[in-house]
Structures are given as structure tokens and as C-alpha cells.
Design a protein around this ligand. Structure first.
Ligand SMILES: [Zn+2]
Length: 474
């Protein structure tokens, strides 16, 4: 069996090879940074979408879908925003052979597609809040090295856009997004930290940005989502205003919440191991694979029992795959381990006769289940697997952060650094230079580890400091 590069020392090599082996994406498409969703990968994406939809709709958000093309005239209304995206947009300048009067932008994100229409939808305070989301593809001409799921030019994008009655309501919406994300992250078994980005690293046009970061080994971090408070920065240029209860005309305060297929990349990055991908059962295309072992006598009985078992488990709502291919059992075990299937059920002659199964989970635990209530036993094994995956992920998460009292300590880059920072941009940049990375920002809520009160700023020695996180974003 082939082995993968070492995850700890050659992370990106490991990541790319594991994705190939698991057949989650095909990166041979002839446009750089635009990959093909394979059947297996698409099924993971469908689960990702289902969880995002479930959690956002719980908070009262409704689905919409806006067009992919945005007129240049609308795109350019908010100055910071256009400055931030100018180098990243694809332009459509022709319809057939005809030059378009107004060139069209292929949406890199949908503020400028939605907000002219929001200005028509919002009239009165009774129209607020307006909370809508869409899951669409967006396009960004990435200049950095592209990586499947992590940095792509065609993004499978979840974006919520809201209009609120005032600044406090918008701040509350940001908190509500963070709570919704905590539920999503729980589903995907992804411990994360919410960080308010420093001024120089916020979303173009935002009042402030809160990013969701996860550690992925050493000082490396991965931003897996963001939520932004826009204040009136977009509603003024786009004219989104309403008649307030007192009769005055006011501009709405807006927020957005963005997620993407990066979450699939995050799950691979966090849980994957030397054998390949490890899926939590929430995201797994197949939660269970049944492998019949049909050599020699009793083969018919084994096949019949395996098919019956698959039918019963599917009736319970589980995603089950029956691997009836001609491969040897050992090759099948290897294949489904690489693909990250949480639970493999081996069914041979003995199991078929005794109405039992041998269950092997992706974390290496193997045990017989049955004959009493085999189905219940399988469901319980899956739950127990997720619980162990969670414990493992939480331990690894907590161990990924370390307080650095000086820039020298930070430079070791063995962990994501927790540093005292005075808040000055100059000190922020000093920290970034030391780590050849980024000052991620200040935590929203508790830190992953309790470091006690902050000390002197590692940049200037000021005692007026707060805790901040510093790492090397992928
Ligand atoms: Zn300082």
C-alpha cells in the first residue's frame, strides 16, 4: 500500500495526496484553481450544505438567489470594497461579438448584486430585519497558489446578507452568526476560535470583521469563515433606507456571514491521518460501508445478509454503501480507510450465520456487534466514534496554542501564539514580521487556553495590552 507524506512536516504535500487518494476532487480541469467536484466529493458538499442551511434557517434567515453577473456601475459604488476586490474580479465584456455597454463583473461576493435590490425591498422599519442567504458559486482571480477546497478561483460560497434597524441590532446579528457557526462546527467536529481581525485585515468596506480560525499544525491557521458588521458603509452608497417608527428616514446597518467549501478542506486538514481522510459522520458521503467477504462456500447467504443489512440501515436514514466489487477484502479496507468512512462492517460466513457484524471504525477500533439488535449496535458505534473523534480534536486544538511572552518565543513557530498586544498597528506589524505571518486579532470570547491577565505588549513593552493571536494563515 502506498504511504502519504508526513502530515506534521510536509502538510501541503500530505493534503494534496490525501485528497487525490480519497477522490474528493479532480484538479486536472484546464483552468487553474477551478476543480471538479467528483461524485464522492459532491456528496460531502451536500452534507456541508445541509448543515449550513439547517443552522442558518434556525436563526430566521431565508434562502434567495441573485444573478452571477453584476454591472460595473453597481460594483463600483462602495469605494473600499472595489479597492479590495479590484485585482480579483473576472470581467464579462462581450455578449457574443457585441461589446457590452456596461461591462459585467462575475460576482466575487454578492454585496453589490444584492444591495441595489435591497434598496427596493426595504421601505419601513416593519421590513426589518431582512435576513437572507444564498449558496452559489463565486469567482475570484486568486494570485496566490491555489489549493483544492482551501484557495480556489471558483468558490462554493455560502453568504448571508442582512439589514438591521441599527448598529446594536447588527452587532447582535454578528453574535447570532457566531452562535450558529458554533453549532455547525460542532457538527463537523471542528474546534475553532472567533477572532476580531485587526483594522488592516478586515473585509473591504467593513466596520469590523470577526473571523473563525482553526489551527492546522505548528503556527499554521486556516480561516474557515467570517462575519462582518458593515454599519452604514454599504447602505449609504446603495440607498438602503427606511422610515423609522418616529417617521425619520434612516439607513440600515448591515451584516454578512460567509462560509465555503473550505470547511471540507478544514475537516480533511484537522482529522486526516497517515491513512488518509477521516470524516465525522455528519459530513461523510458514506457513514457506513458494508464489505461482504464472499470467498468459498456460503457466498449466497453472505450476499443476501449484507444486502438486507444495508436496506435496514438505509431505512434508518444512514448513508450506507455496499462494496460488492471484485476487489480483495484487504484492498477494500484500504480504499475506505483512505476515503475516511467512519464505520466499516465486515460480513463473512460466520456473521451471516450468526446474524452479527464485525465493525471497524476509522479510528482503529474493531469489535463484534450483535446478534441482539445489530442495527442499534451499529448506530451506537457511530455515535461513539464521533465522540472519540471530538475528544481527539479538542485535545489537539487546546495543545495548538501557547503563550509567547517575547517576539523570540513567537519566532519558534511551534504553536499558534497567544501574545500581549497594545493594539497599535506598528506593534501588530512587528509581530507579523517576527512570525512571517499574521496578527490574527483579538478573541471574541474566551481563549482556547486560559493564559491569565495579559502582560506587556511584545512589540513595545506597554502595559496597556490585551491578548491577541498570531499565526501563519494557510
Ligand atoms: Zn505595542
Amino acid at each position: 500500500m502506498p504511504t502519504f507524506p508526513d502530515k506534521a512536516t510536509k502538510f501541503i504535500d500530505w493534503y494534496l495526496e490525501v485528497l487525490d487518494a480519497a477522490e474528493l476532487t479532480d484538479k486536472r480541469y484546464p483552468v487553474k484553481g477551478m476543480n471538479v467536484w467528483t461524485p464522492y466529493g459532491f456528496q460531502a458538499r451536500r452534507q456541508l450544505d445541509a448543515v449550513m442551511i439547517r443552522e442558518i434557517e434556525r436563526t430566521g434567515s431565508l434562502p434567495v438567489e441573485f444573478p452571477a453577473l453584476i454591472p460595473q456601475t453597481e460594483f463600483q459604488k462602495e469605494k473600499e470594497h472595489i479597492k479590495g476586490f479590484d485585482a480579483q474580479v473576472y470581467w464579462v465584456t462581450k455578449g457574443g461579438a457585441t461589446e457590452l455597454d456596461v461591462p459585467l463583473v462575475l460576482r466575487p461576493t454578492s454585496e453589490t448584486a444584492m444591495y441595489p435590490v435591497f434598496a427596493l425591498w426595504v421601505r419601513s422599519h416593519k421590513d426589518l430585519p431582512l435576513n437572507v442567504y444564498q449558496i452559489v458559486n463565486t469567482f475570484r482571480y486568486e494570485t496566490k497558489t491555489t489549493r483544492p477546497f482551501l484557495r480556489v478561483r471558483e468558490i462554493h460560497f455560502f453568504e448571508e446578507h442582512t439589514c438591521q434597524v441599527n448598529e446594536a441590532a447588527a452587532a447582535e446579528r454578528v453574535r447570532s452568526n457566531l452562535a450558529a457557526f458554533a453549532e455547525m462546527a460542532r457538527s463537523f467536529v471542528l474546534p475553532f476560535v472567533a477572532v476580531r481581525r485587526p483594522e488592516w485585515d478586515k473585509f473591504p468596506g467593513a466596520f469590523y470583521s470577526v473571523a473563525l480560525d482553526i489551527p492546522v499544525g505548528g503556527a499554521r491557521t486556516l480561516q474557515i469563515g467570517t462575519t462582518h458588521h458593515y454599519r452604514e458603509n454599504f447602505s449609504v452608497p446603495y440607498g438602503i433606507q427606511f422610515e423609522a417608527a418616529d417617521g425619520s428616514t434612516q439607513h440600515v446597518h448591515q451584516t454578512t456571514f460567509g462560509l465555503s467549501e473550505r470547511l471540507v478542506g478544514a475537516v480533511v486538514s484537522v482529522h486526516g491521518d497517515a491513512k488518509g481522510v477521516v470524516f465525522p459522520s455528519s459530513l461523510a458521503p458514506y457513514q457506513v460501508v458494508v464489505v461482504p467477504i464472499v470467498s468459498g462456500a456460503g457466498a449466497d447467504g453472505v450476499t443476501a445478509y449484507a444486502e438486507e443489512l444495508v436496506g435496514r440501515l438505509r431505512a434508518r436514514g444512514l448513508r450506507v454503501h455496499l462494496d460488492a466489487s471484485d476487489e480483495r477484502p484487504g484492498a477494500k479496507y484500504y480504499r475506505w480507510e483512505t476515503h475516511g468512512v467512519p464505520l466499516r462492517l465486515e460480513v463473512g460466513r460466520r456473521e451471516a450465520e450468526q446474524k452479527t457484524v464485525t465493525a471497524a471504525d476509522r479510528l482503529g477500533q474493531k469489535r463484534p456487534i450483535g446478534p441482539a439488535d445489530v442495527d442499534e449496535g451499529i448506530v451506537a458505534a457511530l455515535l461513539e466514534y464521533d465522540a472519540r473523534l471530538r475528544t481527539k480534536a479538542e485535545e489537539s486544538f487546546a495543545a495548538s496554542f501557547r503563550v509567547a511572552r517575547t517576539l523570540e518565543e513567537l519566532q519558534a513557530r511551534t504553536h499558534v501564539g497567544i501574545v500581549s498586544w497594545c493594539g497599535a498597528e506598528a506593534c501588530g506589524h512587528r509581530i507579523e514580521e517576527a512570525i512571517d505571518g499574521a496578527l490574527l486579532g483579538t478573541p471574541e470570547g474566551p481563549l482556547p487556553v486560559d493564559p491569565g491577565p495579559p502582560g506587556e505588549c511584545v512589540g513595545c513593552g506597554s502595559r496597556e495590552s490585551r491578548w491577541a493571536l498570531a499565526g501563519q494563515p494557510l
